[in-house]
Design a protein around this ligand. Structure first.
Ligand code: PEP
Length: 244
């Protein structure tokens, strides 16, 4: 089983100057624990992170183009992320699926592009509240997973993020997280065979220092994707400590 991945999603927060200060603060205070840390940050901050994060702390982008290069104004390519030193990239976050109309097919194309350039995609899936209230969260999320992994190899991280729990303070219970993580693991086994055991399945949705340990203690959960609680170094240290 892989160790826990604590993936921090800053979303559209922090300037390069703020990112540098955050990384320097983390460098002074971090006592490495058992989890792997990765900071998923705005593209313009990645050079500052490359220069200032403590050794062993990875970083990555929050989105990537499905194209190699060319006339795609505003987009960031996987080769650019790789060149700045990124290891990961988030694809298919619910905010991109909702506000930018990203389909499962596009998410899969982005994940393939990431892998082709040596990045590990963190593929996000998860249901909205109406789907959960109808009791359809498992089949819905598995269908999203299937579409989002078309042509994607097992060098991938899956983040189960129920949309109703993102940024709302409403956290799924550890049992809710495990229900989907186990279902996702089953689908990964069908797709990747024995290699599925090495694929990390994260939970995301209002994770904080006081709830991360119980969620990540579940057998099929291998870490967390954290938004709000990723912005303050003190919260990150708290979560890192909780995973020891
Ligand atoms: C996220 O942005 O992926 C997320 C889970 O956010 P939050 O932790 O704020 O709910």
């Amino acid at each position: 089983m892989p160790n826990n991945l604590l993936a921090l999603n800053w979303k559209m927060n922090k300037t390069p100057t703020e990112a540098r200060a955050w990384a320097q603060d983390l460098s002074e205070k971090l006592v490495p624990g058992d989890a792997t840390l990765a900071v998923m940050a705005p593209a313009v901050t990645l050079s500052a992170l490359a220069a200032n994060l403590p050794a062993g702390v990875a970083f990555g982008g929050q989105d990537v183009s499905a194209h190699d290069s060319g006339a795609y104004t505003g987009e960031i390519s996987a080769a650019m992320l790789k060149d700045v030193g990124a290891s990961y990239v988030v694809v298919g976050h619910s905010e991109r699926r909702d506000y930018h109309g990203e389909s499962d097919a596009l998410v899969a194309a982005k994940a393939r592009q990431a892998q082709a350039n040596g990045l590990i995609p963190i593929v996000c899936v998860g249901e909205k509240l109406d789907v959960r209230e109808k009791g359809e969260h498992v089949p819905f999320t598995l269908a999203q997973l299937t579409g989002s992994l078309e042509g994607v190899s097992s060098d991938v991280v899956i983040a189960y993020e129920p949309v109703w729990a993102i940024g709302t303070g409403r956290t799924a219970t550890a049992d809710d997280a495990e229900e989907l993580a186990a279902a996702i693991r089953g689908a990964l086994e069908q797709r990747y065979g024995a290699a599925a055991a090495e694929v990390r399945v994260l939970y995301g949705g209002s994770v904080k220092p006081d709830n991360i340990a119980s969620i990540c203690a579940k057998p099929n959960v291998n870490g967390a994707l954290v938004g709000g609680a990723s912005l303050k170094v003190s919260d990150v240290l708290g979560m890192n400590d909780a995973l020891k």
